[in-house]
Design a protein around this ligand. Structure first.
Ligand SMILES: C[S@@+](CC[C@H](N)C(=O)[O-])C[C@H]1O[C@@H](n2cnc3c(N)ncnc32)[C@H](O)[C@@H]1O
Length: 262
């Protein structure tokens, strides 16, 4: 069961998570570069980024001199708005399972860290294939099933203390184990690149900020009356751990970049 969450009605928590991975990964973690390496996108080719989020991928492409048409689609109006403000980028609010584009419209389609949230993943993959021209490339990124388990368990436990039933893990059904086979149902020449890494923290503050940016996924919605208490509990737990340990906080993480051709 994939989940939908109101998480993306505002982009702050997503930005915090992206920034945490950028600053605190043991080995450099540049998901966008990993996608571009597999995509082999020609400068004049057209691209649709499904679940475009903060727009940083589209912005990076434009700033690097990409001349082809760039499009973003996201179910969150906040994301669409950010992407529409980028130079020469078209963006629409919509659902990955019903892309509002004609058949064969794009040379390339990407779906980075977003398939977890889609209600019908096989249908989203079919849709990505439909809007690709023959010979076009699709690249998806999904996490391993159990990423950053230590901070996840702190958030889950603090939510549970307030009677909040944690949602299914976003990666429970859509993860690096199953994605290659799912792509093979729709695309040819499927290839997979695995990226394993750790988040490593020497101080509590960035761990706390990261944990608090995960709260929505563990049943603590923006409007929950327990939000402040859960946030404070995460802070207390993480500070307690650092007070009694003189080693860094290490949390394993990783993802796959899966590529298929139409
Ligand atoms: C984890 S964020 C990833 C954003 C961006 N791709 C990145 O890697 O930084 C997931 C994004 O997918 C969007 N999303 C969730 N469900 C969606 C759906 N059914 N169709 C399109 N976008 C969706 C969310 O609004 C959010 O912007």
């Amino acid at each position: 069961m994939a989940i939908f969450s109101g998480e993306y009605l505002r982009l702050g928590p997503l930005q915090t998570r992206i920034e945490t991975h950028r600053r605190y990964s043991e080995h450099t973690d540049d998901v966008e570069a990993a996608v571009l390496a597999q995509l082999r996108l020609g400068r004049a080719e057209s691209l649709l980024d499904v679940g475009c989020g903060t727009g940083s991928f589209l912005s990076r492409l434009r700033e690097s001199g990409h001349t082809g048409q760039l499009s973003g689609l996201d179910s969150s109006p906040a994301a669409t708005e950010v992407c529409l403000a980028l130079p020469d980028v078209r963006a629409v609010t919509g659902d990955a399972i019903a892309l509002p584009f004609p058949d064969g419209e794009f040379d390339a389609v990407t779906a980075r860290h977003m398939l977890y949230h889609v209600s019908d993943v096989p249908r989203a993959l079919q849709e990505a294939g439909r809007v690709l021209r023959t010979g076009g490339r699709f690249v998806a990124v999904v996490n391993h099933a159990d990423v950053t388990p230590r901070i996840a368990s702190v958030v889950r436990e603090q939510a549970a203390l307030h009677g909040l039933a944690p949602m299914a893990s976003p990666n429970a059904d859509v993860n690096s184990t199953g994605l290659p086979a799912q792509l093979s149902d729709v695309f040819s020449e499927v290839s997979t690149v695995v990226h394993d890494n750790h988040l490593v923290f020497d101080s509590p503050e960035p761990v706390i900020a990261f944990g608090q940016a995960l709260m929505n996924f563990y049943g603590v919605g923006d409007d929950s009356p327990h939000r402040e208490a859960v946030a404070a509990g995460i802070g207390d737990e993480v500070r307690r751990w650092f007070a009694s340990n003189s080693i860094p906080w290490r949390d394993p993480k990783g993802y796959v970049v899966c590529t298929g051709s139409r």
